[in-house]
Design a protein around this ligand. Structure first.
Ligand SMILES: NC(=O)C1=CN([C@@H]2O[C@H](COP(=O)(O)OP(=O)(O)OC[C@H]3O[C@@H](n4cnc5c(N)ncnc54)[C@H](O)[C@@H]3O)[C@@H](O)[C@H]2O)C=CC1
Ligand SMILES: O=C(O)[C@@H]1CCC=N1
Length: 264
């Protein structure tokens, strides 16, 4: 398969790193271009992927084209490549948050096969969480191949587009919030005398282990919280202090703001 990327920022680089690490594609099966040469020339050199000089050159050299630019330029970039996509019967994979299949089809102006996806940064190490929705023109082997790219670098879930904003907050943006939680936990360790490196490793290991526990246990998180909280012990004292500072409200407000911005 030849896979092209238009836009080679943080998310495209994460997907490419994940695919290469899993040997899902060889470097010479990936072709990239973005508006900022600094984003892709050095990256192409470091990873061995092929650097193209224009967006059109990416389309010409790919079976599947990943639209990986920021939402504010996505429609213009799609207009710029739609004739090349059409002439060569390519498949479009979009990772652009907030851009619907209907809007992309309208901009394309023909029956362009499209897979709308919403990945997260953790695809870089093969543990991503990606939502997918295909339009009616993407079926059979092409659909399986496009989905297979994201299966190779984590979990995928087919989702109605109406739920994409919520998913974007809960899975696309939330790594930032979870990294923030890990940093806050580590910083508290530093406050009490641990080195930042040690504290970060401890906080990240416990976060990963606790996530595994939730996934593997039959219990809901609240029941697990009770198992950690010894009667009259230190955990319940900490939990109550966190709630007094508004922990759960802060998380829900953060997700509300994320969804609101995605839908703006
Ligand atoms: N960063 C993340 O965790 C996630 C990002 N996304 C989506 O991925 C897309 C990219 O986001 P990031 O990588 O974070 O942004 P970024 O700013 O790091 O990368 C954007 C890329 O688009 C390129 N670009 C801009 N205008 C262009 C044009 N006219 N032609 C070709 N390339 C052009 C830039 O040079 C840059 O390489 C966005 O649409 C975002 O909604 C989706 C899920 C998660
Ligand atoms: O911050 C953003 O807009 C994108 C969408 C999901 C994660 N990053």
């Amino acid at each position: 398969m030849q896979l092209g990327f238009i836009g080679v920022g943080g998310m495209a680089q994460a997907i490419i790193k994940g695919l290469l690490a899993k040997n899902e594609l060889a470097p010479d099966e990936i072709v990239v271009h973005s508006a900022h040469p600094a984003h892709y020339e050095q990256f192409a050199q470091a990873t061995g992927v092929v650097a193209a000089k224009t967006n059109q050159e990416v389309v010409a050299n790919s079976d599947f084209v990943v639209l990986a630019v920021t939402p504010n330029v996505a429609v213009d970039v799609l207009k710029d490549i739609r004739e090349d996509l059409n002439a060569e019967q390519k498949t479009l994979i979009s990772i652009v948050a907030g851009l619907s299949l209907e809007r992309m089809a309208e901009v394309a102006g023909y029956e362009l096969p499209i897979l709308r996806t919403l990945p997260n940064l953790n695809v870089a190490i093969g543990v991503g969480m990606t939502a997918i929705a295909a339009n009616d023109y993407l079926t059979g082997a092409k659909l399986a191949d496009a989905k297979g790219l994201f299966d190779a670098i984590g979990s995928t879930t087919e989702l109605p587009e109406a739920n994409f904003s919520t998913f974007s907050a809960l899975a696309g943006s939330s790594p930032a919030y979870i990294y923030l939680f890990i940093d806050a936990l580590a910083r508290a360790g530093v406050k009490h005398g641990l080195s930042k490196d040690d504290a970060t490793k401890i906080a990240a290991t416990v976060t990963a282990g606790s996530a595994q526990m939730v996934l593997q246990s039959d219990e809901v998180p609240f029941a697990l919280i009770d198992q950690v909280s010894s009667p009259g012990g230190s955990t319940v004292a900490g939990l109550l202090a966190m709630e007094e500072a508004g922990f759960m409200t802060a998380v829900v407000k953060g997700i509300d703001a994320t969804i609101e911005r995605d839908q703006a």
